[in-house]
Design a protein around this ligand. Structure first.
Ligand SMILES: [Zn+2]
Length: 267
């Protein structure tokens, strides 16, 4: 359900912007043709709620979490407000998913055979996780390794990431339970399904984004934060990209490691 713009917040922002012109001006890297008022709105990330649970936000959290991207980190890794419990509460599942994907891609849990330095380190010091990953491997009749993910953990992470992206892009927390959370490797998708997925956003952002939201800025062609490739926002090439569409509801699509295609939809 799309909520109306948060007028109080906009008013608050406008007041703060008027009171702090210097701070805002120095933080801006928007081109000179950009209406600075718009930038000031978007610079107010303070939605006043934890974007994951709607609770009191005492911390800030990166979306995606750093475990999904490599060092050096992208310059403008999106940041959202979160409560302490949410900030900490997803870490293990996120580490699990990042390690699981890396193991699947390498066909092994042996740190020596993995590509990502961050995941090598994580698995080198976590024997429990290694054995948990190894327990998820099956071998089919043809001798092919099949990796069975812990679906509830993957779903937990995908929903969390999508909430973060929706809040960041639309300035609109999606606290309600989504109508659907799906994830599957590109390899298992039909060509048609893949095409539909890849075309995310093109024609889908028919809703009018709130003034000052990132979706608004991107629609204006003013995007000082990250690379956009078509409808996709590329956080780090080959590692992580996402798109946020807004029409009758909100649809967030995420691609992790150019392997796992995730989709979360709110009505
Ligand atoms: Zn929370």
């Amino acid at each position: 359900m799309i909520q109306p713009p948060h007028n109080n917040r906009l008013q608050r922002t406008a007041l703060r912007a008027a009171a702090e012109p210097e701070r805002s001006a120095t933080k801006s890297s928007v081109g000179a043709d950009m209406n600075p008022q718009h930038y000031l709105f978007v610079d107010d990330r303070a939605l006043g709620v934890c974007v994951f649970c709607g609770g009191v936000p005492d911390t800030r959290d990166h979306v995606p979490s750093k475990v999904f991207v490599d060092d050096p980190l992208p310059d403008h890794l999106p940041i959202v407000e979160a409560c302490e419990a949410c900030n900490q509460g997803f870490s293990l599942d996120e580490e699990y998913l990042a390690c699981f994907l890396e193991a699947v891609l390498a066909g092994s849990t042996d740190p020596e055979k993995l590509t990502r330095a961050k995941i090598k380190r994580a698995l080198s010091r976590n024997a429990r996780l290694v054995s948990r990953l190894e327990a998820s491997v099956r071998v089919d009749d043809n001798g092919t390794m099949i990796w069975i993910p812990e679906a509830n953990r993957v779903q937990n992470v995908v929903r969390k990431l999508a909430r973060g992206h929706a809040a960041y892009e639309l300035s609109l927390p999606e606290i309600d339970e989504p109508a659907a959370v799906t994830f599957q490797p590109f390899l298992t998708m039909s060509e048609q399904a893949r095409q539909r997925f890849e075309n995310a956003g093109s024609g889908e952002l028919r809703g009018w984004p709130e003034i000052g939201s990132r979706a608004f800025l991107r629609a204006c062609g003013a995007d000082p934060y990250s690379d956009t490739v078509g409808p996709w926002i590329e956080v780090q090439r080959g590692r992580y990209r996402y798109s946020v569409g807004q029409d009758a509801g909100v649809i967030v699509r995420i691609v992790i490691a150019e392997y796992l295609a995730c989709e979360v939809a709110w009505e």
